[in-house]
Design a protein around this ligand. Structure first.
Ligand SMILES: *[C@@H]1O[C@H](CO)[C@@H](O)[C@H](O)[C@H]1NC(C)=O
Ligand SMILES: *[C@@H]1O[C@H](CO)[C@@H](O)[C@H](O)[C@H]1NC(C)=O
Length: 382
């Protein structure tokens, strides 16, 4: 397990986050019916509060054949994204918003894989081999139905007692990319060596595939507190880029730090993963076309050159954000208009005829001449 401890690899919150969403969603009347439950969740959250954005969604439309996974953002220019304020995950106060600006999250799928682009302005900062002195990002997805955004799945068990049995239902899937050893524009993530060992690690670029039940129970795919399972894989691929780079032919490690420090520009982080993976042990989120998933995005930045620590990240929201994997729009319309006289159409026609007959019958019974079955009713009323 390479991802233990509080440092570079510690995505998402270590503290309890408020769960205002539930409160906002329920009418006050309903709320008063369960005072205990609501009040206790307020107590947990401490004195500070955060109101999650309820309106935001991330749309992954069907757009095959336009994205090259190279860290560059230009192939995404026609894809609409969602904009998010980046607030400290542990202290979501608008005054402490990330100073570089908002993060744009774009997503799409090609029928087989889902793609993400994270785009955020930031002066260039890079320190080879020292990930906490470089920006970093993570994606988190709900796996288990009971997995909450806050506390990374929200299992209440401690480090010594959390297992796939005691925390069942609280699984979250995490992808974390620390770029200290990753050359811009190069592909990292699942590679033959780490996948050959049957785990979600990435010894080259640290684009790792993890799962967690809580911040204290977080493991590389394939490893766990009760033993390892060699069937796991790192299913993610990804690359990063900064707009201040002017070499597009391909960097090598010797080019580090790739650009001069402090240059204004935009960071790009680009990822893809198959919609479905071969996971059999609840360590990967599974996506389906036409379905919605729940996700979040975290961002670390060495503010004023100070290395970040694991829980010092910004987050796009303080609750899950829905991710909609939509159908291919155009092909759906074509299918519908193709066969004009198939079984479905015939059945619909039959249904229409039946309902027409029914309506005529009802009208006749209401407005037509009184018939014998109504008599007993009149007698009873009289
Ligand atoms: C599981 O794998 C991790 C990382 O490869 C290793 O450190 C650990 O010792 C393994 N655990 C068992 C029980 O084999
Ligand atoms: C928990 O994980 C262990 C080790 O990977 C595995 O052998 C066991 O079947 C898992 N149990 C459940 C309930 O998933």
């Amino acid at each position: 397990m390479r991802d233990s401890g509080p440092s570079p690899l510690d995505p998402f919150a270590r503290h309890t986050m408020p769960r205002i969403s539930v409160v906002l969603l329920l009418p006050l009347l309903l709320l008063s019916l369960w005072p205990t439950a609501r009040v206790s969740s307020h107590h947990e959250s401490g004195q500070w509060s955060c109101e999650p954005e309820l309106e935001v969604r991330i749309e992954a439309g069907f757009k095959p054949g336009i994205i090259t996974l190279d860290g560059h953002g230009d192939d995404w220019k026609d894809i609409e994204g969602s904009e998010f304020s980046l607030l400290p995950a542990l202290d979501p106060d608008a005054d402490k918003e990330y100073g570089g600006g908002k993060m744009t999250v774009k997503a799409l799928h090609d029928g087989t894989s889902v793609f993400f682009l994270l785009q955020v302005d930031g002066n260039y900062v890079y320190s080879k081999g020292e990930s906490p002195k470089c920006p970093s990002v993570a994606l988190m997805f709900q796996i288990g139905d009971s997995a909450t955004y806050h506390n990374m799945g929200g299992c209440k068990e401690g480090t010594d007692t959390c297992t796939n049995k005691t925390c069942k239902g609280h699984e979250v899937d995490i992808m974390h990319f620390s770029i200290g050893t990753a050359i811009p524009g190069r592909l990292y993530g699942g590679n033959p060596i780490d996948n050959g060992e049957g785990n979600g690690g990435d010894r080259f670029g640290h684009l790792v595939d993890l799962y967690a039940w809580s911040p204290h129970c977080r493991y590389i795919d394939g490893t766990g507190p009760t033993g390892n399972d060699s069937s796991a894989q790192n299913n993610w691929d990804g690359a990063w880029w900064h707009s201040s780079f002017n070499v597009h032919s391909g960097f090598v490690e010797e080019d580090s730090p790739y650009a001069s420090d402090g240059q204004k520009g935009t960071y790009y982080f680009e990822f893809s993963r198959p919609l479905r993976t071969m996971d059999r042990i609840q360590q990967d989120a599974q996506f389906a076309i036409g379905k919605s998933s729940k996700m979040s995005v975290a961002f670390w930045y060495p503010i004023n050159g100070n290395p970040w620590h694991g829980s010092g990240h910004f987050s796009i929201n303080c609750d899950w954000v829905p991710l909609d994997i939509s159908f291919g729009g155009s092909s759906l319309t074509r299918t519908a208009s193709q066969s004009s006289w198939d079984a479905t159409t015939a059945f619909s026609l039959l249904l229409s005829v039946v309902s027409l007959c029914l309506s005529v019958f009802v009208v006749y019974r209401v407005f037509g001449p009184r018939s014998i079955p109504y008599k007993p009713m009149e007698i009873a009323l009289g």
